[in-house]
Design a protein around this ligand. Structure first.
Ligand SMILES: NCc1[nH]cc(CCC(=O)O)c1CC(=O)O
Length: 309
């Protein structure tokens, strides 16, 4: 057997394998040398975040846990690309690595699974929402203070099974993720971004490479979607300015409208939803990162008592 031309590292969950499959297919379609059978190999890597299913992420060190082992394999040359949900990628990358490509973003909204409900207004007081996302918890509790949020982990399939078993009354997952595992059928309703501002990078896939790997960069060039990159980078710039750890509920969404103007919305909250501040910036897409910084500073001023790290 001849060695693969390109090895792509991925988390082993069904969602991660599905999104890495999309990248592999698009790479093969755009680069004839990668279209031959066996030219691309998927390498599944179990991350610390995947192993620690039972503990709250915010207690065990945050989201780098989902990328660390894959980045180590990339640095060691065991794989040449790593496919990530941009939502899981920390704002600062290890030296020598870069996100060389973001694909066209999927719908960034969140979806709710809650039998027979079309809105959180339909749930009785005291109903339990299973989520370990501080961002989702803070926004739910702020807007529907009569509901209860309980910690909830596991991959998407596990969470859907626990919901079926009645462990909670409702749960919230990213629409894009449900699409990737072909489970749009379970959705009760999709949340507007006014009700639930998404996480930074939600719905976008990014591909990380070694900065000195020009071959990998060239293969990825045709897959890049510039508007998605501009929007996600504006959101990440806001996140960086807020020094967001996993202990701070932060949400942001950048979009480019029909006139070509960038609109960035941001939100910062207390984990219990007691305080929630929001802001918005509009400007040229080329100023996206500056708009992110500006809005980050404004939100910090509006909510000075940041949760302690
Ligand atoms: N935290 C895990 C994670 N990382 C990315 C997604 C969804 C897919 C995406 O945002 O691209 C999910 C699951 C979820 O939040 O429902």
């Amino acid at each position: 057997m001849t060695a693969a031309l390109l090895r792509i590292g991925t988390r082993a969950s069904p969602m991660a394998v599905s999104q890495t499959g999309r990248v592999a297919r698009e790479l093969a379609a755009a680069n004839p040398e990668l279209a031959a059978p066996g030219a691309i190999e998927l390498v599944k890597i179990v991350t610390t975040g995947d192993q620690l299913q039972d503990r709250k992420l915010s207690e065990i060190g945050g989201k780098a846990l989902f990328t660390k082992e894959i980045e180590e394999a990339l640095i060691a040359g065991q794989v040449d690309m790593a496919v990530h949900s941009m939502k899981d990628v920390p704002t600062v990358l290890p030296p020598g690595l870069e996100i060389a490509c973001m694909l066209k973003r999927d719908d960034p909204r969140d979806a709710v699974m809650a039998a027979g409900c079309k809105s959180f207004d339909d749930l009785p007081a005291g109903a339990t929402i299973g989520t370990s996302s501080l961002r989702r918890a803070a926004q739910v509790l702020h807007r529907w203070p009569q509901l209860k949020v309980v910690p909830y982990r596991g991959n998407a399939n596990t969470r859907l099974r626990k919901l079926q078993e009645g462990v909670v009354d409702a749960t919230i997952l990213a629409l894009s993720g449900l699409h990737r595992i072909d489970r749009l059928d379970v959705i009760s309703f999709i949340m507007s971004v006014e009700d639930m501002l998404p996480a930074v990078g939600q719905g976008a896939l990014g591909v990380e490479i070694r900065s000195d790997d020009q071959r990998a960069r060239n293969w990825l060039a045709p897959l890049r979607d510039e508007p998605s990159e501009i929007c996600v980078n504006a959101e990440r710039s806001l996140l960086m300015t807020l020094d967001g750890s996993c202990r701070t509920p932060i949400a942001a969404l950048a979009e480019i409208d029909d006139e070509g103007e960038l609109r960035l919305r941001g939100l910062l909250a207390q984990p219990d939803g007691s305080q929630l501040v929001q802001g918005e910036r509009r400007g040229k897409p080329s100023d996206g990162e500056k708009l992110g910084q500006d809005l980050g500073l404004e939100l910090k001023k509006k909510l000075p008592i940041m949760p302690t790290h």
